[in-house]
Design a protein around this ligand. Structure first.
Ligand code: PMP
Length: 300
């Protein structure tokens, strides 16, 4: 039985239940994160928990939420969660803060509950096999409708439908466009595209969720003297002529795309030189083999 943090204490997961009238269930009024912990069974470390929890709290502010923890306290709670579960293997930690009011009616009623859970999520191969991708017919929300870059549960109907749409059309991954028709990202991951030595990723104002993995990879790629790296708007036709396309996110890690809408990308193998180099570095950093910025890895 796994142990979760729920409200103000650690409980068995089976005892962490919500009433059917819970506001967040009806109106999507919750915020969440996905954080990875990499371990060898006896020792493990969280990757960039401060950045994840700071983002969680920033997003919570959009929903006028109040919780009595800061990013440091949330990291401590996560450490305790993993210790209580004896979870020193590869885990995915899901913090969730939701509006627990049981009144019917849209709005931002006061009263927020924190839940923290950790599920096993083994690391993938350093360079994953290439995946097929297709454009989702569901575009990203424009920023005039909601804070597009926030991990607010209600907004994830877009990701969920984009993913289902891609799968229904026979693709493994979705590429989403924004309302202007520019390339945005995946359904739960950011996108990089490579043409020769030019590496590009859509900028924050392309209505993406600017991911922590994206920021991590940008720091590595920008330090490579042979690459020119930019955050710049991308048109769909520019993806068709790419040498490499890859997605990146905490859960997905790094996922090369071998074909987009049936058009082969590069040689279709998904193991182009840039993605191979970035993926090897990323795995070495998240597992502590390669030194990284102080504070990125927080040991349990
Ligand atoms: N875009 C979306 C829509 C996501 O849900 C995620 C996962 N949080 C990402 C991008 C990647 O973000 P990160 O690298 O911070 O996990």
């Amino acid at each position: 039985m796994s142990i979760v943090f729920f409200g103000d204490r650690f409980v068995d997961q089976a005892d962490a239940r919500v009433p059917i009238t819970t506001h967040a269930l009806h109106y999507g009024t919750a915020v969440f994160e996905g954080i990875r912990s990499y371990g060898d069974g006896t020792a493990a470390a969280l990757f960039r928990p401060r950045e994840h929890f700071e983002r969680l709290l920033r997003n919570a502010a959009w929903l006028e939420m109040r919780v009595p923890w800061d990013a440091v306290a949330l990291t401590d709670l996560t450490r305790e969660l993993l210790h209580r579960n004896g979870a020193f293997d590869d885990r995915y930690v899901r913090p969730l803060i939701y509006k627990h009011a049981t009144t019917i009616g849209a709005g931002l009623p006061a009263g927020d509950t924190l839940a923290l859970m950790a599920v096993p999520m083994p690391r993938g191969p350093v360079v994953r096999p290439a995946a097929s991708a297709g454009y989702s017919r569901w575009h990203r929300f424009p920023p005039t409708t909601c804070p597009t870059g926030a991990k607010i549960t209600g907004l994830y109907v877009n990701s969920s439908m984009a993913r289902a749409d891609a799968i229904a059309r026979g693709f493994a991954q979705a590429v989403t466009l924004n309302a202007r028709g520019e390339v945005a990202e995946g359904y739960g991951a950011n996108l990089f595209v490579v043409h020769g030595s030019a590496v590009r990723t859509p900028p924050a104002d392309a209505d993406i969720l600017p991911g922590i993995t994206r920021a991590t990879l940008l720091s590595f790629l920008r330090a490579q003297p042979d690459l020119e790296v930019s955050e710049s708007p991308l048109r769909p036709d520019e993806l068709a002529s790419a040498d490499e396309i890859f997605l990146c996110g905490t859960g997905m890690e790094i996922q090369p795309i071998g074909s987009l809408e049936g058009v082969t990308i590069g040689d279709g193998s998904g193991s182009g030189p840039v993605v191979a180099r970035a993926a090897a570095w990323y795995r070495a950093v998240v597992t502590g083999v390669e030194p990284s910025d102080p504070g990125w890895l927080v040991r349990l």
